[in-house]
Ligand binder design. Structure first.
Ligand SMILES: [Zn+2]
Length: 251
């Protein structure tokens, strides 16, 4: 496969657990990281084997019902079926901050030695999220829609984190993130990003190509390479759907 043939790679989107085969077919050969927001949603998808979707095991920090249903034993049990954890994290305006922090810390500790990627929300809480990552020494982290300042970015990189970026982020923020740590995302169905469907990464690839002074094709190739590095370092490559692992290995 040449870099011109690489499929779109969307490292953070929301897809309904009851998505149909036809809806997935409509995504073509794109690869999408499909977040869940609660253990209940995750248990609905745990037996799905979709070649192009990488399902996440998530407890969204701003969803009160998901926090209320947090159960570490159930999480550990589900974790065996997932190559990706997400979406998890902290949200400044999400309510019950103390419980958000304790769940986030507990999840980071559980996943620390697991071969998984971890997609992390940090709205209004970038400094705290990075501090928790440092303390837990969790690998495989991808900070989604990360709006931290230069200090936060530097500390995130010290903690070996990657970043998934979208077209609603400012140009300044996108330029703050090093090219060898960036993946694209749509956060579909977030309206602000204006992606018409999951895997609609054209706009963010264009913005990155302008920031990096390169072509959108090279941006896509760079993000696939970044995913390969991250998947090998975290060990998640063993658990990824086979067609995705093959794409990574034959880059
Ligand atoms: Zn999200």
């Amino acid at each position: 496969m040449t870099s011109a043939d690489l499929p779109a790679l969307d490292a953070h989107a929301h897809i309904a657990p009851d998505v149909t085969r036809d809806q997935i077919t409509a995504l073509g050969d794109a690869v999408v990281f499909a977040m869940t927001r609660s253990l209940h949603e995750a248990s609905q998808v745990k037996n799905r084997r979709d070649h192009s979707l990488i399902w996440g095991l998530g407890i969204h920090p701003a969803v009160a019902t998901a926090r209320a249903a947090w159960d570490p034993e159930r999480f550990k049990d589900l974790l065996r079926s997932f190559a990706l954890v997400g979406e998890i994290g902290l949200d400044r305006r999400g309510g019950d901050w103390a419980r958000q922090c304790s769940i986030f810390q507990e999840i980071l500790t559980i996943v620390r030695s697991e071969p998984v990627l971890v997609s992390i929300h940090s709205s209004g809480a970038t400094t705290e999220v990075v501090q928790y990552l440092h303390d837990a020494k969790t690998g495989g982290a991808i900070l989604h829609w990360f709006n931290g300042d230069d200090t936060d970015v530097k500390r995130a990189i010290d903690a070996d984190a990657y970043f998934s970026v979208n077209a609603a982020m400012s140009e300044d923020q996108i330029r703050r993130l090093p090219r060898d740590r960036v993946l694209c995302e749509t956060d579909f169905p977030a309206r602000k990003v204006r992606s018409r469907r999951p895997a609609d990464t054209g706009r963010i690839e264009l913005l990155l190509s302008q920031a990096w002074g390169t072509s959108p094709q090279e941006v896509r190739a760079a993000t696939w390479w970044n995913l390969r590095t991250l998947s090998e370092r975290s060990g998640a490559i063993e658990r990824l759907p086979e067609p995705v692992a093959d794409t990574l290995l034959y880059l």
